[in-house]
Design a binder for this molecule. Sequence first.
Ligand code: ADP
Ligand code: MG
Length: 305
Amino acid sequence: MFCRFFRFFVKRATFSAGKLFYLCKGKDIFNRTACSAATVFIEWGETLSFIEVKGLRKVYRLGQEKVYALKNINLNIEKGEICCILGTSGSGKSTLLNMLAGLEKPTRGDIFINGVNIAKLSERKLAKFRQENTGFIFQAYNLLQQLSSLENVGMPLMFKGYSRSKRDREARKMLKLVGLESRMKHRPNQMSGGQQQRVGIARAFVAKPNVIFADEPTGNLDTKTTTDVMELMVRMCRKHNLTLILVTHDLDIAKYADRIVHLIDGDIHSDELNEAIYNPDEAESGSAENTENTGKEPAENETKK
Ligand code: ADP
Ligand code: MG
C-alpha cells in the first residue's frame, strides 16, 4: 500500500516539476538544458503508468437512438495492480473492459498499454497485440465444448504457433498450478462450474500475458467456489506481478482489489485505493499446508453448471 502511495506521489511530483519547468521556459529563466529537462520530466511523469486511458467514449447506435455506454473515462493503472471496475448492471463495465482488452474499438479516446495506443492499431496488429499481451477470463467460461481441458488451455499457444507437444507441456503445467492435474482429459460438460473457471484461468495465464481481464469471473459460482477462484486469480497475478482488471457488480469481490473504480452511467464516480482482503504471502506464512503449488484441489461440493 505504501509503495503505491509513494509511486503515485513521485509521479505527481515529477509531472508537476515538468510543468513548472515548462511554464518557466518562455521567461528566459532557464536555458535550453532546463527545457530539455522539462520535456524529460513531463514524458517520464506521463508515461509511468502501465495502462493509460484518455478521454474514452463509446457510443452505440440503436436505430435513431444513441446509447452513451462510456462518456469520458480517464484512468491510469499501474503494473502489478489489481484494479476492480465496480458498478451496477448497465453502468458500462463490460464495455470498458472490452475496450481495454482490445475486443472493441472506442468511439473516441486513447488506450495506452505498455506505451502502445491500442485504440489506433489496425485489426491485424491489434490481434497480435492481444495474443502477446492479454488474457481474458469470462463469466460463462467460454471453453470449447468439444475440447479437453488440456486442449482448451493450449489454445492461446496454438495461435502463437507452438507445436502440439510444447502446447501440451505448457498446458499441463498450468492445469497442475490451478489444481486440475486429475482433469486434463475432461471436457467442460464433465466438470463443475468452479473447475471450468479454473480451466478458464489456466487458459488466460498460459501464454504469459502482461495483463489479465476478467468480466464477472465468479458470476456463475457458489460462495465457497467464488472464494477459491478469487484467491487463485490473485495468487497467480501476485506471483508473476501481473496486472488484473476485474469487473464486478459485487462489493465483496471488489474487496480483493488494490483499487476500486466505481462506474455510474458510463462515467467514473469514484476511484479509491483499497486494502485487499486476501494477501497470498500472509496466507502462505499462516498455513503450513501451502506448497509451491498455487492451485488447490477443487472443492468437493462444487456444483455443476
Ligand atoms: P455492464 O457490463 O455494466 O452491465 P455494459 O457495458 O454491458 O454494462 O452496457 C452499458 C450500456 O451500453 C447499457 O445501456 C447497454 O444496454 C449498452 N450496450 C452495450 N452493448 C451494446 C451494444 N452492442 N449495442 C447497443 N447498446 C449496447
Ligand atoms: Mg457486463
